[in-house]
Design a protein around this ligand. Structure first.
Ligand code: ADP
Length: 277
């Protein structure tokens, strides 16, 4: 396996992540372009645990809506490299910064693909736990895929494993801050839907929906916005279907929140995709 790494030529750095660097690489013989995430072998144990979790999930998943991993290489030094499909339009947060907000039609197409991805993950008993614009990657064909499984969880027999504090707190659902629900009936799948709802809303309004544009995120403001205030809603300019879709995702009571499979049949998604299915 180590041998195949020598076939790869690094072209440039695409970004820095948790404990590692992502490069654009070219296969010397086939000229195919890939993304290579290299994680330093001597990173701390928490990061290492996340890497192994990410490895396990990438090995298990096979969906057009999830970033494909073509190989995982472990060097004697402990460095771990993931060879992934290259997404040439980058993440949705950079796209948002460069192109500004998106139209409802584009958002519906994106939401459809992310929901297909979430529906697939949840059916495989995988909770992503860090859905946000930075973790959704796009290419020029308007394909959008879920990436970055560093803090995801495979739900085994109980929900016990998903209680550790992980993820970007801004996109975390209200029940994750509530000790009454967090321990007992905390539903990791529904928490993904909350983060998804905020993410989709951000594509329309152009800023993180729980804060005013340009507002500095501090813990107290965020916690108050997530747990005490009414969930955010779309401006009047959005269609009724879109507003309804967002409110199905952003129910504070996680048991009232729609599942990925239910959301796939919501008119906001279904009306634009009548030819499929
Ligand atoms: P994080 O910063 O959330 O830990 P990663 O380490 O996975 O994320 O990636 C860091 C950055 O590298 C991303 O924000 C993205 O811009 C870029 N990147 C990651 N994977 C790919 C890919 N498959 N194709 C193109 N760009 C990628």
């Amino acid at each position: 396996e180590d041998d195949s790494l020598s076939y790869l030529e690094k072209l440039k750095v695409l970004g820095h992540g948790n404990g590692g660097t992502v490069y654009q690489v070219r296969h010397k013989r086939t000229s195919a372009i890939y993304a290579l995430k290299v994680v330093n072998g001597n990173c701390d144990t928490t990061v290492r645990r996340q890497i192994f979790c990410e490895m396990e999930i990438l090995r298990r998943t096979d969906s057009p809506f999830i970033i494909k991993c073509h190989g995982i290489f472990e060097k004697p030094s402990g460095d771990i490299s993931f060879l992934m499909e290259y997404m040439d339009a980058g993440s949705l947060d950079t796209l948002l910064k460069s192109h500004g907000t998106l139209s409802e039609l584009s958002i519906s197409t994106i939401a459809h693909q992310v929901l297909d991805g979430l529906n697939y993950l949840h059916s495989q008993k995988i909770v992503h736990r860090d859905i946000k614009p930075a973790n959704l990657l796009a290419n020029q064909n308007m394909e959008v895929k879920i990436a970055d499984f560093g803090v995801s969880k495979i739900m085994s027999h109980s929900l016990e494993h998903c209680h550790s504090y992980v993820g970007t707190c801004a996109y975390m659902s209200p029940e994750r801050f509530n000790p009454d629900t967090y321990g007992s009936n905390y539903d990791g799948y529904a928490a993904d839907i909350w983060s998804f709802g905020l993410t989709i809303m951000e594509l329309y309004v152009g800023h993180f929906p729980l804060l005013c544009p340009g507002q500095k995120p501090d813990w107290a403001t965020l916690l108050c916005a997530i747990c005490l205030e009414e969930p955010p809603s779309l401006p009047e300019s959005a269609s009724e279907e879109f507003q309804s879709f967002i409110s199905c995702c952003l129910q504070k009571d996680s048991s009232k929140r729609w599942t990925a499979s239910q959301l796939l049949s919501h008119p906001f998604i279904a009306k634009n995709h009548v030819s499929e299915n």
